[in-house]
Design a protein around this ligand. Structure first.
Ligand code: PLP
Length: 400
């Protein structure tokens, strides 16, 4: 008889967004006239830029002509034109990542989950708490031991390495979802030094790097000396260029990154990753890769900047309201997320209910992202400008 992967049965039920939807729907049914403003879900709302749309159309046209039609892409790693464009993008902020170390994917979520395939199940996994839930689930699905590093008010939601804690694989996300905090170069250097010293690998999620505004916050872990011997980086066009529905991202596994097999021999993680992807992934569609490459042209960069600034201005609106109310928060500056301390010692869900019922505003209870999220709350700047202003007016009215 078939045996299931019992690790799935032990996964924590992730009801966060289901519970939010249930509560909002119940409220709407009881108050059909309520004008609800949604600031909870981390999806973008602005359309993809013209350069990307034009390139995608051109790519689609090429698929309909015999001479330019494309079938399977040879390696599934991404067309050279896009891998070179990503490499050039890294160069634009002073980081050297060769095209050959980059693989194009259909968004960062899949690779965040899939990367675990190249590591043994007996590794100890360290994840900052609170965190993007994919890191925990994808490791627990293969029965790995997961331990947590506390990101909390005492360290500005930026957990730092502890020499007394031994971890083999470390997940870092900066700028962070959900807390909006971002590691400085000096902080990230401590993690890189820890990983190199202990033979650990850092899985670095840079999905929100495009929102960084401060010079001291690195856009890539490879801006830190020594990172290439200990870090894999994942990035995505989802939030950078509104590609949540297009699906395109990239993962970097540096040539320099090696691990030891049980017989003591040195193994290239890039080779293992290429092997894994070669067996299980056939690449991203050509028109989408054309659109992605257009994002990295000067025209595309100019156009996505306009959208990012729109969201950054929403973040400023939220931050200004919280400043006025004297509410503590992280994020907003280098991130589309604002992570606020629930006022008057309220719990995350208690504050959710208050906001929904008294202001008709929906956010995300921090408790859904880990134990350190209790008492905290996530608002996103991905909404409409006028609605964000209106939501903050309502917040000020109920909390003043
Ligand atoms: N990493 C983080 C931290 C995220 O918040 C998200 C999406 O919300 C992703 C990765 C995955 O994004 P995508 O699969 O759309 O590239």
């Amino acid at each position: 008889m078939v045996k299931v992967n019992e690790n799935y049965l032990k996964l924590e039920k992730n009801y966060l967004f289901i519970n939010i939807a249930k509560k909002v729907n119940a409220y709407k049914a009881a108050h059909p006239e309520a004008d609800i403003i949604r600031m909870g879900i981390g999806d973008v709302t602005l359309p993809i830029c013209k350069a990307a749309v034009d390139a995608m159309k051109k790519g689609a046209d090429e698929m309909g002509v015999k001479e330019t039609f494309k079938g399977y892409e040879d390696s599934g790693a991404g067309y050279d034109f896009l891998r070179e464009a990503v490499s050039g993008y890294y160069k634009s902020f002073g980081v050297d990542v060769p095209a050959d170390d980059i693989r194009i994917n259909d968004g960062a979520k899949a690779d965040c989950g899939n990367i675990v395939d190249i590591f043994g199940d007996d590794n100890t996994i360290l994840i900052t708490d609170p965190a993007y839930p994919v890191y925990v689930d994808s490791n627990r699905m293969s029965g790995r031991k997961v331990i947590f590093a506390d990101s909390d008010e005492s360290n500005g939601f930026a957990a730092m390495p502890d020499e007394n804690v031994k971890a083999d694989i470390i997940y870092l996300c900066s700028p962070n979802n959900p807390t909006g905090s971002a590691y400085t170069k000096a902080q990230l250097k401590e993690w890189v030094d820890y990983a190199n010293k202990n033979g650990s690998v850092i899985i670095y999620d840079a999905a929100y790097e495009a929102f960084i505004t401060e010079d001291d916050i690195p856009r890539s872990i490879y801006a830190i000396e020594g990172a290439k011997t200990c870090a894999i980086e994942m990035c995505s066009l989802s939030k950078t260029a509104g590609f949540t529905g297009m699906r395109c991202g990239y993962t970097v596994v540096p040539e320099e990154l090696k691990a030891k097999a049980s017989d003591g021999s040195e193994v290239s993680l890039k080779q293992l990753w290429n092997r894994r992807e070669g067996s299980k992934f056939n690449g991203v569609s050509y028109p989408v890769q054309c659109a992605a490459a257009a994002v990295f042209t000067p025209e595309g960069q100019q156009q996505i900047k306009v959208n990012i600034e729109y969201y950054q201005n929403n973040a400023k609106t939220i931050a200004a309201a919280l400043d006025e109310l004297g509410i503590k928060y992280t994020g907003g500056k280098n991130s589309p997320y604002i992570w606020l301390k629930c006022p008057n010692g309220m719990g995350s869900w208690e504050f959710f209910d208050l906001l929904l019922e008294k202001a008709n505003v929906v956010g995300t209870p921090g408790a859904g992202f880990g134990k350190n999220g209790e008492g905290w709350f996530r608002l996103t700047s991905f909404g409409d400008k006028d609605r964000t202003v209106e939501a903050m007016e309502r917040l000020k009215k109920i909390l003043a």
